[in-house]
Design a protein around this ligand. Structure first.
Ligand code: SAM
Length: 404
C-alpha cells in the first residue's frame, strides 16, 4: 500500500506526470507504524491477537491472527469520529452551505470532494490513514484497462458494459458538478483536483475501499421493482478497509451507535488471515469493483448472467431455430424481457426457470404459431426432460480475466 506523495501540487502538470514517491519497505513500515499509533491514540482498541501485515496476506496488506480467536471476539473498533465522511471532514460546513451544488445521482460526489481535499492536505486528521492507502497505480480495476483489453477479456461477462456506464457517469459528474465546485473553491483544493485522471483514481479508491451503512438514508432514491429504496452514501472506514474479502469470511463489520466493530464470525486459528465480507458478491461484481475474482468453487455467491440475445443467437447456431424467424422471435423476447434481458444462474441452478422456459419455447416455435399459442403451450413432461436446467456454474464460469 505504498502511497503517492500527498503534497499540494503547485503547477498544472497532469497527475500522471506528477512526482510520485518511490515506495520502499522502510517507508511502508514507517507509514504502517504511524497508522497503528494514530489508531491507538484514537481508541481503535486493536486486539493484540492480530497484526496488519503484507506477509501471509492474500493481497498486499491484510490482517493475520497471531493467536487463536473465538467467534464473537471484537478485533477492533472504529469510533465514528474517525470515519472519513463528508459530515466529519474539514469541509463539512462548506458542504452544508453548498448542499444543492453537490447533489448527484451517484451519491458519491460529497465523499470524493472530501477525499480529494483531505488527501492533499498535509495536516489532515486522516493523514496517517491516507499515507497508507494504495499506490493508485496498483488499483488494477477494469476501468483502468484499455478498451481493447476489456472487449477481449471481459466478453460476455457484463462487466464491460458496467465499466462503460461508470466511465460515462464519472465524466458527467466531474464536468457538471465536481469541476465547477472546485473552481468556486479554488483556494481550498489543490490544482491536481481539476485533473479527471486524479478524480478517477479517487473514484477507484472509493469503489474498492469504501463501506456503506444500510441504515443511512439521506441520499437519492432508487427504484427497485417499483419500490423506492434509499441508497446509502459511501464512507471510508480506516482499519476495516485493510481486511481482504472472501465469500467464506470469518469476520464482519457491525455498525453500532458510537463505533463500528470488526467481530469474528467464526473461530479463527493462529496464523490464519482475517477476512471481512464486502457483500454477497458474484465474481463479476468483485472484478468490476475490486479487480479480483475468487477461484472456482470458492465463491458460493457467484452467478452467471446469460443474455437472452445470446441464447437466441446460440439457438441459431445450434440449428434448433430457423434463420428467417429469428428477427421476429428476437422482437418477441425483447418485448417480454427488454433489450438487455438476461437469465441468472447460480451454483444451485437457473434462478429464473420460468423465464428461460419462455425463451426456449419461443426459440423452438414454428412459423405458423402465434406468440400466445407458443406461451400457452404446456410442454409434455417428456419434453421438459430434454431441458436440464440443473446445470452448474462449473460449466459456465468465465475464464480469461487478468486476475484468476
Ligand atoms: C479494501 S482493500 C483491502 C486491502 C488491500 N489488500 C490493501 O493492501 O490495501 C480491497 C482490495 O484488496 C484486494 N483484495 C481483497 N480481497 C482479495 C482477495 N480475496 N483476492 C485478491 N485480492 C483481494 C483487491 O485489490 C481489492 O481491490
Amino acid at each position: 500500500m505504498a502511497a503517492p506523495m500527498k503534497r499540494v501540487v503547485e503547477n498544472n502538470d497532469s497527475y500522471e506526470n506528477s512526482d510520485v514517491k518511490k515506495s520502499t519497505i522502510k517507508s511502508e513500515l514507517n507509514e504502517l507504524n504511524n497508522f497503528i499509533a494514530w489508531s491507538s491514540k484514537n481508541d481503535f482498541q486493536l486486539t493484540d491477537k492480530v497484526v496488519v501485515t503484507k506477509e501471509g496476506s492474500c493481497a498486499q496488506f491484510g490482517m493475520l491472527a497471531t493467536d487463536d480467536i473465538s467467534k464473537g471476539e471484537v478485533l477492533f473498533q472504529i469510533p465514528r469520529k474517525c470515519l472519513l465522511t463528508p459530515d466529519n471532514c474539514a469541509l463539512a460546513d462548506c458542504y452544508k452551505k453548498d448542499k444543492d451544488l453537490i447533489q448527484c445521482s451517484s451519491g458519491w460526489v460529497p465523499l470524493l470532494l472530501s477525499l480529494m481535499y483531505e488527501y492533499n492536505n498535509p495536516s489532515s486528521f486522516w493523514r496517517p490513514y491516507l499515507d497508507l492507502v494504495p499506490d493508485f497505480k496498483q488499483l488494477d480495476l477494469p476501468m483502468f484497462w484499455s478498451s481493447k483489453e476489456r472487449d477481449t477479456l471481459l466478453q460476455g461477462t457484463g462487466v464491460n458494459d458496467a465499466v462503460n456506464t461508470d466511465l460515462q457517469n464519472i465524466e458527467n459528474e466531474f464536468t457538471s458538478i465536481v469541476l465547477p465546485y472546485i473552481e468556486k473553491h479554488n483556494d481550498k483544493f489543490s490544482p491536481v483536483c481539476k485533473d479527471i485522471e486524479f478524480y478517477k483514481k479517487m473514484v477507484a479508491f472509493v469503489m474498492s475501499y469504501s463501506f456503506t451503512e444500510n441504515s443511512s438514508n439521506d441520499n437519492t432514491d432508487e427504484i427497485d421493482d417499483g419500490e423506492e429504496v434509499k441508497k446509502a452514501p459511501p464512507m471510508m472506514v480506516p482499519m476495516a478497509d485493510i481486511l481482504n474479502h472472501v465469500a467464506k469470511n470469518n469476520a464482519c463489520l457491525n455498525f453500532e451507535k458510537e463505533s463500528l466493530k470488526m467481530v469474528a464470525v467464526e473461530d479463527i486459528k493462529k496464523g490464519d488471515e482475517v477476512f471481512n465480507t464486502y457483500g454477497e458478491l458474484a465474481n463479476l461484481h468483485l472484478l468490476h469493483m475490486y479487480g479480483f475474482a475468487e477461484k472456482y468453487p470458492n465463491n458460493h455467491w457467484d452467478t452467471v448472467q446469460v443474455f437472452i440475445t445470446d441464447i437466441m443467437n446460440a439457438s441459431k447456431i445450434l440449428k434448433f431455430n430457423v434463420d428467417s424467424l429469428l428477427e421476429k422471435k428476437q422482437t418477441a423476447v425483447n418485448e417480454l424481457f427488454g433489450d438487455n434481458g438476461s437469465i441468472i444462474i447460480n451454483d444451485s441452478g437457473v434462478l429464473e426457470e420460468e423465464e428461460l422456459k419462455i425463451v426456449l419455447k419461443i426459440c423452438c416455435a414454428e412459423s405458423n404459431e402465434s406468440l400466445q399459442d407458443v406461451l400457452n403451450d404446456e410442454w409434455e413432461s417428456d419434453d421438459e426432460e430434454e431441458f436440464d436446467f440443473d446445470f452448474k456454474v462449473q460449466k459456465c464460469h468465465y475464464h480469461g480475466t487478468k486476475h484468476h
